[in-house]
Design a protein around this ligand. Structure first.
Ligand code: GH3
Ligand code: MG
Ligand code: MG
Length: 322
């Protein structure tokens, strides 16, 4: 099972049944914290699922740092005891280790004191080992999925991701009647830039342009390298006015940016299309934004244009002439 959330809660449930303990929790490491990723039992107000604890604290912190299973058969004697469940008498903490890497800790709580013995440690450790391998596999799958959607030169999303997300954004725009926009961007005379300064510097310009775009946009917006020196940007919950403003801001930023090793300005052209005005399918919207981009190139580059056909309506809504 590769969905990590499902996997961990199933593991808690099975362990609780198989070993007849009162409560089971799985904490995974995240930076300096332990995050409660799954549990079986009623939690105390001290922590909720997804809640964080400093990874050095309590019995679980020590099991983690010492990479060994620890048992506390009377929790009232533990000075830094962290209550996860309402009633706990004893606790066993088993580190989750895969290929030498400590990923987190499996915590078993019993309502009674004196519930855990060294004898059952081995079988629980082998269960923890299976959990750790499964967690590691799920991490790998998440990473591979991520990589499949990332452009390796710039680190931003690729066209595959764009095609996936544009469908979702259009669906959201339909459902909430909220509008969304696509901006297609193309770097001007990029072939000449490569010829003048070399391909490696061209690559660096692509990376820097990607980074300018990512920094200038909101977290909910999506910036993708569509191919070569072309970028596609998705703006959710967006009006014409806002989309044009964003495209213009990006154009200005790039125009005035000092690219190291390039003793002149680098410019971009952009085409803007909004849903539902320019189309209600992915192809219609991309085609419209492309047409806007073509119009910007025709107009002499270093400018932003909306998809042809609706310029007047758009100009009227934003109260300015394009
Ligand atoms: P226009 O203003 O009309 O867009 O002209 P342009 O020169 O930018 O357009 P054209 O399509 O003629 O050339 C695009 C160039 O982008 C050609 C190609 O070598 C370059 N290119 C595409 N991908 C990469 C890349 O990953 N790195 C570098 N350095 N160059 C790339
Ligand atoms: Mg191009
Ligand atoms: Mg170009």
């Amino acid at each position: 099972m590769l969905d990590i959330k499902n996997l961990l809660s199933k593991a808690c449930e099975k362990i609780q049944m198989a070993f007849q303990v009162s409560h089971v929790s799985i904490f995974l490491k995240d930076d300096e914290d332990l995050v409660l990723r799954a549990h079986h039992g009623e939690l105390t107000p001290r922590i909720e699922e997804g809640g964080r604890l400093p990874s050095g604290q309590g019995l679980m912190g020590r099991a983690l740092s010492e990479s060994k299973t620890l048992i506390e058969n009377d929790i009232t004697t533990v000075p830094d005891y962290i209550a996860i469940y309402i009633e706990t008498g004893s606790r066993m903490c088993i580190p989750l280790i895969s290929f030498g890497q400590t990923l987190g800790v499996l915590v078993l709580d019993s309502d009674l004191t004196g519930s855990f013995s060294i004898g059952e440690m081995q079988s629980l450790e082998s269960v923890a080992d299976i959990c750790a391998t499964a967690v590691q596999n799920a991490h790998y799958v998440e990473r591979v999925k991520q990589l499949a959607y990332l452009d390796c030169l710039t680190g931003i999303f690729n066209r595959r991701f764009f095609e996936l997300r544009i469908e979702e954004e259009m669906e959201r725009a339909r459902r909430f009647n909220s509008g969304m926009a696509v901006i297609m961007v193309d770097i001007d005379q990029f072939k000449r830039l490569n010829d003048e300064f070399g391909h490696l510097l061209g690559d660096e310009v692509l990376r820097q342009v990607s980074s300018i775009f990512s920094q200038q946009l909101r977290k909910i917006d999506v910036v993708c390298r569509y191919g070569g020196e072309e970028f596609a940007i998705l703006l959710s919950q967006t009006t014409h006015q806002h989309a044009l403003g964003v495209a213009e801001k990006l154009r200005r930023m790039v125009d005035t940016w000092q690219f190291p090793g390039v003793p002149r300005s680098v410019t971009i052209s952009a085409g803007v299309a909004t849903c539902p005005d320019h189309g209600t399918t992915r192809d219609e919207l991309v085609k419209a934004a492309d047409a806007g981009l073509y119009a910007a190139k025709q107009a002499g580059r270093n400018c932003v244009r909306v998809a042809p056909g609706l310029e007047k309506e758009v100009a009227a809504t934003i109260g300015q002439s394009l």
